[in-house]
Design a protein around this ligand. Structure first.
Ligand SMILES: [Zn+2]
Length: 328
C-alpha cells in the first residue's frame, strides 16, 4: 500500500537518482545509490555483474515463478544546460512533477519498481510464491538490449515488465532497430575547378531527397517503420577549397517485421542505386568503396522487433540468421 510516507520515499529516491548524472558508460554513481536503496529496503540479495548492471532480488517464502522488473539507468547527454528551465540534475519537484534528465526515461520507473517491490515484500511478509528481481541496466541508450540480455541469462525470468514510459498504457511489443550507414564516393578536385572532380555530397543529397520521399510501412501494433537521417559527414572536413570525395550518412531504421531483416533494412535504398552512377557489377561488392561515385550501405541490427501475444506463451522474434550485419 502506498502511504504518504512511502510516496515521499519513492520521490526522494527518484530525485537522488536524477541528481547522479549517468550518461551511458558513466553509471557508477547511480549504481551505488541503487545498491544502497536495495539494502535499506531489505532486498535479500544485491549484486553488480561484469557489465555494471545492478540487480536486486527478493525471495518469496514459497517456490514459484520469477518476475523481472527491468529498467535502464543511463541517460542521453544534456547538450546545453542553459536551455533548461529546471536544472537537468536537480530533480526539482514543482506542481507535482519531477524535472531532470532521465526522469521519465527511466529513473522514475526504476525508483518506483525498486520501492514497490520492497513495499510488496514488507506488506506480505514475503509470504508469496516466486521471486522478484529488479534490474538497473547500463548502456541502453547506445546499445539497446545488450546489457539487459546479460540479466536475462542470469535471472531466467518467467515474466518481464519493462518500465519504459508509455503514458501509463500497457505495451506488448516494440519495433526493432537497425543503423543503416550509406556512403557515397566521388573524386577530389580543387573547388576552383569542380568540374574536374565528383562531389560526393551532391550524390548523397540526391539520395537523401529520394529516401525522404519513401513511404514508411506501418504495423497495427507497432506503428510506423521509421527511416530517419541522424547524421551526415563529409571528407575532407573542413573542405578548405577541396571538392569532397566522400560522404557518409547514418539512418535510424525502426523495424516492424520479424522476418527478412537484411532485406528490409536496406531495400529502401535499392531503387536509387542507378541515380548514383555505380556500375551494376560493383553495386554488390565491397570493392565498390574505392570506386568513384559509388554508393555502399551497411546495416547493423541493434535490436529485433517483437510482439508478445497474450494468448501465446512466448513472444515472436526473428530468427537470428536473418540478423547478421550486411554490406552491399
Ligand atoms: Zn529508455
Amino acid at each position: 500500500m502506498l502511504t504518504a510516507e512511502r510516496e515521499q520515499q519513492v520521490i526522494g529516491l527518484c530525485q537522488t537518482l536524477i541528481q547522479k548524472q549517468s550518461y551511458s558508460g558513466q553509471e557508477d554513481g547511480v549504481v551505488d545509490r541503487i545498491k544502497k536503496a536495495f539494502r535499506e529496503l531489505g532486498y535479500d540479495e544485491v549484486s553488480v555483474d561484469n557489465y555494471g548492471n545492478v540487480l536486486g532480488r527478493i525471495r518469496g517464502k514459497r517456490p514459484g515463478k520469477v518476475i523481472l522488473l527491468d529498467g535502464h539507468i543511463d541517460t542521453v547527454p544534456v547538450p546545453d544546460e542553459s536551455k533548461w528551465k529546471h536544472k537537468p540534475f536537480s530533480g526539482q519537484l514543482e506542481d507535482g512533477k519531477i524535472y531532470g534528465r532521465g526522469t521519465s526515461d527511466m529513473k522514475g520507473a526504476v525508483a518506483s519498481m525498486i520501492a514497490a517491490s520492497a513495499f510488496f515484500a514488507a506488506d506480505t511478509d514475503k509470504n508469496f510464491a516466486g521471486e522478484i528481481y529488479v534490474s538497473g541496466v547500463v548502456h541502453e541508450e547506445c546499445f539497446e538490449g545488450i546489457a539487459a540480455r546479460k540479466i536475462s541469462e542470469r535471472v531466467k525470468p518467467d515474466y518481464v515488465v519493462i518500465g519504459e514510459a508509455s503514458e501509463l498504457n500497457l505495451k506488448r511489443g516494440q519495433r526493432g532497430r537497425a543503423e543503416v550507414v550509406v556512403e557515397t564516393f566521388g573524386k577530389p578536385a580543387h573547388s576552383a575547378n569542380p568540374h574536374k572532380g565528383i562531389n560526393a555530397v551532391y550524390k548523397m543529397a540526391s539520395l537523401i531527397r529520394a529516401i525522404s520521399e519513401l513511404e514508411a510501412p506501418t504495423h497495427p501494433t507497432l506503428g510506423l517503420g521509421i527511416l530517419e537521417l541522424t547524421d551526415i559527414k563529409s571528407s575532407p572536413y573542413p573542405g578548405a577549397s577541396v571538392v569532397p570525395d566522400y560522404c557518409r550518412a547514418t539512418y535510424d531504421r525502426r523495424l516492424l517485421s520479424p522476418d527478412g531483416f537484411s532485406k528490409k533494412a536496406t531495400s529502401s535504398f535499392s531503387p536509387h542505386w542507378q541515380d548514383c552512377e555505380a556500375p551494376a557489377s560493383l553495386r554488390r561488392s565491397l570493392s565498390i568503396r574505392s570506386a568513384p561515385t559509388a554508393v555502399t550501405t551497411q546495416a547493423k541490427q541493434r535490436s529485433r522487433p517483437s510482439v508478445s501475444d497474450p494468448h501465446e506463451k512466448t513472444s515472436r522474434t526473428p530468427s537470428t540468421n536473418t540478423l547478421r550485419s550486411i554490406s552491399y
